[in-house]
Design a protein around this ligand. Structure first.
Ligand SMILES: [Zn+2]
Ligand SMILES: [Zn+2]
Length: 145
């Protein structure tokens, strides 16, 4: 796959006020040129043309992976609840909040704020819960021998 020089016939001008891809131009990585061409393949070298900017493609891929990870973390898993939760008056709620925080990937700050808002917890106590819950999360869930 090499550039045969045919692509220059299809060379696209840089559009005004819009992106090259947005205006239907395609890029050949081999010929290193933007062309006006309807097909998927470069009329010159035969290589697959790019129809979207690389970073958008990358972002989409990244998003898909993050979503897959999020879905995976929703699978039932035991999250170790800090022992300090046991003496809390409404430990169930604390437990749920911490589990939600860990599975939804809240920041520690947000989790502390939530605990304080709903439980009227002191910031010190809330931070303690959060610290332990996040520590528990970073530990391997189960290791099968
Ligand atoms: Zn070419
Ligand atoms: Zn080409």
């Amino acid at each position: 796959m090499t550039c045969k020089g045919i692509c220059t016939r299809y060379k696209a001008q840089k559009p005004v006020g819009t992106g090259r891809y947005a205006s239907g131009q395609r890029r050949c990585q081999i010929c290193e040129i933007f062309i006006k061409w309807e097909g998927l393949w470069c009329p010159c070298c035969g290589y697959r043309l790019r129809t979207k900017p690389r970073n958008l493609k990358y972002k989409a891929k990244l998003r898909a992976r993050v979503e897959a990870d999020a879905a995976a973390s929703l699978k039932p898993q035991t999250i170790k609840i800090p022992a300090v939760a046991a003496d809390a008056t409404s430990s169930d709620f604390v437990e749920v909040t911490l589990q939600t925080a860990v599975s939804e990937g809240w920041t520690k700050t947000k989790t502390v704020a939530e605990l304080r808002k709903s439980e009227g917890m002191t910031i010190k106590k809330a931070k303690e819960f959060v610290k332990e819950a996040f520590l528990a999360k970073s530990e391997p869930i189960a290791i099968k021998a």
